[in-house]
Structure formats: structure tokens, C-alpha cells
Design a protein around this ligand. Sequence first.
Ligand SMILES: *Cc1c(COP(=O)(O)O)cnc(C)c1O
Length: 388
Amino acid sequence: MSEQQAETKSIRTQTERTEQREHSTPLFMTSSFVFDSAEHARALFAREVDGNVYSRYSNPNTNEFVEKMCRLEGAEDGVSTASGMSAIFSSLAALLEQGDHILACRSLFGSSHQILNEILPKWGIDYSYGNIDQPEQWEQYIQDNTKVLFLETPSNPGLDLIDLEWAGELAEAHNLILIVDNCFATPYLQKPIEYGTDIVLHSATKFIDGQGRGIGGVIVGKEEYIEDISFFCRHSGPALSPFNAWMFSKSLETLPVRMDRHCDNALALAQFLEEQSTVEWVKYPFLPSHPQYKLAQKQMKKGGGVVAFNIEGGYDAAKQFLDKLNTLSLSANLGDTRTIATHPASTTHSKLTEEERAVVNITPGMVRIAVGLEAIEDIQQDIDQALH
Ligand SMILES: *Cc1c(COP(=O)(O)O)cnc(C)c1O
């Protein structure tokens, strides 16, 4: 049988029907499962047979969600977690030991920085950051004890890209475990495993849920690493609730159609913004003016749902713009049906110093738009009136 397309996998990956013959997967809201016999219980605990025991370990809803994500990313195995951050922390904590070192891109999600800078050093795990626009310098940060290469592409909120093929080769040459946070692109737009990535992880809170309802995470990748991460999660307990897993699995059924619309709206908005006289620059991976436009077309199917732009007049002008918006929401989330405007320098990236922000291209006048699924005319109209 030929490999199914993403649209089909996201709809037709489904847990076995119960005797009720339901069409859509039901919610299995149960903390534990019963054994057929004392012998069955023994065999389950000895892991001689497959089956659910306790929902901290597995549940039909989390199993379906993980299996769907594995098929979409092209991964061998996976595990779901209570949040994107627990996916990141559990992966690093499971794979690293005291004395190990992580090389990461500087433009990471804010809480990922806190894990690297503040939490892992408590257990003697060190880090270095490479700048996203200086890949030629990264090799010199690799030490004898470097074990993980940790990346995010496209970056948030700068929308710069890392060449995944280059990263895969770098990791291979230095025997590093390559971990990619694929939250911005989703497996519909970008499949890091095709370029040699070992572990792909997500905040399911964003485009996977897609409707701004729940928090969750997922980790997929090579079996040898997932085995260690699963062990860590089973016993330390960042389990995803069956309800959220059920919701995310339902959401994945519409991931391709939603992403198409997010991307089409975002490209149209980026083109519209480029024509505005009070907008100094616009950044979007599928705009021909993006410095890495060719790379974007190579490793991404479309440009994603996030656009960044800089307003003439700096922070004051950005503030005025945000306060004039009517339809758009002021919030820090992304990947929602509702279009969201964010001022990174004063909110999501306010903990960075001015110099650190400059390195990752977060200017005082930068606004991030997480483009939703409303009619593009209405999104543009609201932005147009707020700009003038
Ligand atoms: C939101 C986000 C996270 C954290 O996920 P939570 O579900 O909020 O814990 C990690 N990485 C990226 C790129 C994100 O956007």
C-alpha cells in the first residue's frame, strides 16, 4: 500500500472501535484499566503483552494522539505530555547527565531559555547559544561533552530559519542528538526527521489544538531515545490528560485545512503590510524579500501562520497601533483561530536585555501577528485603520 497523504493520516489514524461501534473516537476518561486475570496483570506489568494499565502510562486517547503525530512526522515512536514545556524539559532531563552540554540556537522560546539558563545548571548541565544568522560559528561551540543540538525554526518572533539539512549534518558529524521544536511549522509544513532530526517536539497548545482551548505537548522520534524519555515520563508524571489528548486528536483531523488557511491569510497580510508607508519592514518566510526565501521554499511547504513587522516610530507607535485594534486580540498566544497581535519587546521577550533583543532582531517597533482564520479582508481592514 502506498504511503497515505497527511490529510488522510490525520483523519484515519484512529483507535480501535469499541463494541458500541462509534464512528468518532470516544473519550476514555478513566485513570486505570482492569485485567482479565491475575496472569494478564502479571504479563502487563512484565511488559510481555501490550495494553493499558494506568493513564499516567498510557490511555487510548493519548495513544491515538501520539500515533497520529508519529505518522505525520514520520517518527518511530512518541510520548505525550501535559504541556510543550514538559515535552522540552522531559526530553532534556531524560537524555542528559551531569557534566553534559547543550548547544542551542539563541532564538528559543522564552521558557526554553529558562530551562537551559536556570534549571538544568542545577544538575550540572551546561549550555552555549549560537546565533541563527551565523551558522558558520556553531562548530566552535561544540565541546567534548556536547550531547544535544536544540533548535527552533522558524524562530519566534524573528521568523529567521535554520537550514535543517545543515543541522542534520552537523549533528551527525559530531554525534549529537538533534532535537527540533517544530511548534511553529507543524508536521504539515515541515518534517525535520527527513533531514536527520532525532527528536521532534511540540507545544500542542498552538496549531495542533488550533482553537486556543488547551495546554499539551508531544515528543516523537527515534525509538532508542523515546524509550528513555517514556521511562522518565512514566515515573516523573507529566502525563497529558485523556480529555486534552482526545481534543488534540480531533483537532489534527483539520490540521491540513487549517494550516492552508493560516498560511494563505498570513502571506496575503505580509504582502499588504509591505505596501504600507508606515511599515519599515515585514518578515515572513514565503515573502520573496525574506533573506532565506529559497531555504524556506526548500524545507517548508508554506510560510506558516506568523508575520512580524516593524512600525515607524518605535515602541510608542507600536503601542498606539495595538491600542487601536478592534477585531484582533491582544494576547501572547499563537496558532489560534483568532488573529492575535503581540508586542514581543515588552511582553514575551521583556526578560531579555536590549542588546540580547537586538541580536535576535526584536526591535522596539516590532509587532508579531499570529494570523487566524477570519476573513483576510476583515483582518487587513482592522490593521489598516490601526496603522493610520
Ligand atoms: C508555546 C511554545 C512552547 C511552550 O509550550 P506550552 O504548551 O505553553 O508549554 C514551546 N515552544 C514554542 C516554540 C512555543 O511557541
